[in-house]
Design a protein. Structure first.
Length: 257
């Protein structure tokens, strides 16, 4: 195992929104941060704003070649990875410029276009796992590594099975269920890695106003980044955690699966 001298993080989808806030917080707490972005120019702008502790890295989590190039870059420049933050995600595919309500209406299980469902799951589930699998060898080279995956309380089966939940109507087959699948995959990974040096955490930002919901969320990006930043910085959480903001998850921040 390589002895690392500095904490190194990679954040996917880090050029804007919650990902940018996480990357900036990590850089401010002593991490060298790779700012993952599909568009290298946008990534460079974000990294410049974050400062010298950060570096842009082109990364499209649905592109095998892009993932492999990113791994090669981190391997050649530092040789290990302390923290992987899986933040990149999309909420819909197909017709653009729709309101959140229009998107949700089109993504009901009875009518959701299967090709659009596959496109969203390709990013949120398969792409997220693909980039994680690719970086596992570098995470294993750190003395104590962590994987933090940004999910959503909308993916909680327990909450959505409760008739008293006022938001259960928003649990759609495309985005919402993709987060359920994401939770299942990464809980499986947490169980698999529980005897290794890698902890796995899932975290919900809450209903944050970002491009994912056409900026119709009730919380600001700064508010929605509080819990993801807390989890990204915490090194003492038990592996396999699923948490969210205290204002809906409670004082212990725990979200039911």
């Amino acid at each position: 195992m390589q002895k690392e001298t500095k904490k190194v993080a990679l954040v996917t989808g880090a050029n804007t929104g919650v990902g940018f806030q996480i990357a900036r917080a990590l850089a401010g707490n002593g991490y060298t941060v790779y700012v993952g972005a599909r568009n290298p120019d946008k990534g460079a702008i974000a990294a410049k704003e974050i400062g010298d502790q950060s570096k842009a890295i082109q990364l499209d989590i649905t592109d095998t070649g892009s993932i492999e190039a990113a791994v090669t870059q981190v391997q050649s420049e530092v040789g290990y990875l302390t923290l992987l933050v899986n933040n990149a995600a999309i909420s819909n595919a197909g017709k653009p410029d729709r309101t959140m309500e229009e998107v949700l209406g089109a993504q009901r299980a009875s009518i959701a276009p299967i090709d659009e469902m596959k496109a969203v799951w390709d990013t949120n589930v398969f792409g997220t796992l693909a980039v994680t699998q690719a970086f596992l060898p570098l995470l294993r080279k750190a003395e104590a590594a962590r994987i933090v995956t940004v999910s959503s309380a909308l993916g909680s089966l327990t909450l959505n099975a409760n008739p008293a939940n006022p938001y259960r109507s928003a649990f759609d087959a495309v985005y919402g269920a993709s987060k359920t699948a994401l939770n299942g995959v990464f809980l499986s990974l947490a169980n698999e890695l529980q005897n290794e040096n890698i902890k796995v955490h899932l975290v919900s930002p809450g209903f944050t106003a970002t491009a994912l919901n056409n900026f119709q969320g009730t919380d600001t990006v700064e508010e929605g980044s509080v819990e993801p930043i807390r989890v990204a910085l915490a090194e003492d959480l038990s592996t396999g955690s699923f948490t969210g903001p205290a204002h809906y998850a409670g004082a212990d921040n725990i979200i039911p699966w």
